[in-house]
Ligand binder design. Structure first.
Ligand code: ADP
Length: 448
């Protein structure tokens, strides 16, 4: 900047000094100075005209020749222009690279606006859910993805999970779709082909269920003969040395039968993904039944079993699933609570949920195990579980049954003090008492 001002001053100074000198020697200094002024103005006008022409030409080429301050102004404009062009080129390259990488993704990606109209989709989305680009741009996503499961998912707005639906373009295939908010007023619809995973899952489930079915008959036959042998032992028709092995074999067949039954139940629950029936369940009756079972199971260990059920509750669901949930939790409480310990079974309905809670004064569980307890065959102490007649599947069954009702399992426990397992069900499975408009209800509690 300073250099340009100095150059300009040198030009102006030189021009006027030359005019003054010429005027001094030839006379008429003022005329010479006026002439110099006109010449300076003309040169500036020529610079301005060239600059304008350069602007009109789009400033593509290098700037025209100029002198003094004009030269500096043009140089800077040219430099800025070059930098802006470079930045635009880089940005375009980034956008292109980003677009190419999203196009190359094996997962489908669709950009939707806030009203769920399609703005852009990649090749995988077009293949997986049958979109056409650019023809489908501007279409509402509901016009193209009409599966009830997806509509339901959209209505519920649970954007943190995905749903599986048959691929609209190939109904034998399965796609997992989900919506992900990604910037103000925009959503991404992400989809993935999970056909193979679903097939492998089905093969695994079928295998388990077939093996369990196949085992059922031999175990029943073995159990039957062992029962006969026990009867024979009771009538003193069996040598004494055979009694213990027969009893042990009998206990093991009972365990195997439970294991097979649990495996079959679990694989049926997994394959359904929803309640296997919608019946009206009388919770008073079911809870009383479960308490009786727990008394029988407790036997001589004589646990104190308390039942506190909000009376008159009826829910909509599958009786066998509810029985499986209730009895597995109560059975665990009996199994893992020392003789004479307190076990509390509770049912209550509040404003937005229904709760089935089993609390015990048992051995408790270290917190590091809590998140894994609902995994199949996960046991804190394998030996202890087997000794107690456990199959390692009880809590997995509870979790799967709860999933059918959009419920969840809360676990709290303190080693040496006891545990609390609480099943939380959404309020809408409760038929009676009906939810009042204000969310409250009138029923009281009844301790048994
Ligand atoms: P199991 O048939 O072995 O009881 P579950 O799936 O029902 O299998 O339970 C998994 C494990 O969780 C059990 O092996 C046990 O270690 C622990 N567990 C479950 N319920 C209780 C409880 N009420 N008190 C202490 N430990 C428990």
């Amino acid at each position: 900047m300073r250099r340009a001002c100095l150059a300009e001053l040198r030009i102006v100074g030189g021009l006027f000094a030359a005019a003054a000198a010429a005027g001094y020697f030839t006379g008429g200094v003022l005329w010479w100075l006026a002439g110099a002024g006109v010449l300076y103005a003309a040169l500036n006008a020529r610079n301005a005209a060239r600059q304008l022409r350069w602007f009109d030409d789009g400033r593509d080429g290098p700037p025209p020749d100029a002198f003094g301050l004009w030269a500096e102004v043009l140089r800077r404009l040219y430099q800025e222009r070059r930098e802006a062009r470079e930045a635009a080129r880089e940005a375009a390259a980034h956008v292109e690279q980003y677009e190419r990488s999203v196009q190359a993704l094996p997962d489908g990606v669709v950009i939707l606006d806030a009203d769920l109209h399609i703005r852009w989709s990649n090749a995988a989305a077009q293949r997986l859910i049958g979109l056409q680009d650019p023809e489908d741009r501007g279409q509402h996503i509901d016009n193209l993805l009409r599966h009830p499961e997806f509509m339901d998912y959209r209505r519920r707005g649970e954007l943190d999970r995905f749903v599986q639906i048959p691929a609209p373009s190939a109904p034998d295939n399965v796609v997992m779709v989900g919506l992900v908010p990604f910037s103000a007023g925009q959503l991404l619809l992400v989809c993935r082909d999970v056909t193979e995973r679903v097939r492998i899952d089905r093969v695994r489930r079928d295998f388990l269920s077939n093996v369990s079915h196949e085992l059922r008959t031999p175990i029943t036959v073995l159990g039957g003969y062992l029962e006969m042998l026990r009867d024979a032992a009771a009538a003193d028709e069996l040598p004494v040395r055979w009694r213990r092995p027969v009893d042990a074999m009998h206990d093991q067949t009972i365990r195997m039968r439970r294991l097979v039954e649990n495996l079959l139940l679990l694989s049926r629950m997994e394959s359904l993904g929803h309640p296997d029936a919608r019946e009206e369940i009388d919770i008073d009756f079911l809870a009383a039944q479960v308490r009786e079972e727990s008394r029988v199971l407790s036997g001589e260990r004589d646990h104190r079993i308390e039942l506190e059920v909000q009376p008159g509750t009826r829910v909509s669901g599958s009786v066998s699933e509810f029985r499986a949930m209730f009895s597995n939790l109560v059975r665990n409480a009996v199994q893992y609570t020392p003789a004479g310990g307190l076990i509390r079974i509770e049912w209550r309905v509040d404003d937005d949920a229904a709760w089935f809670v089993v609390t015990d004064e048992g051995e408790g569980i270290e917190s590091e195990h809590w998140s894994r307890l609902t995994e199949r065959f996960y046991r804190v102490d394998k030996g202890r579980s087997r000794e107690a007649g456990g199959t390692g599947l009880g809590l997995a069954i509870v979790k799967h049954a709860l999933m059918h009702y959009d419920g969840d399992l809360e676990i709290e426990s303190e080693p040496g003090c006891g545990s609390r397992f609480a099943c939380r069900f959404p309020r809408d499975i409760v038929i009676h008492p009906p939810a009042s408009p204000s969310g409250g209800h009138a029923a009281g509690a009844d301790a048994a």
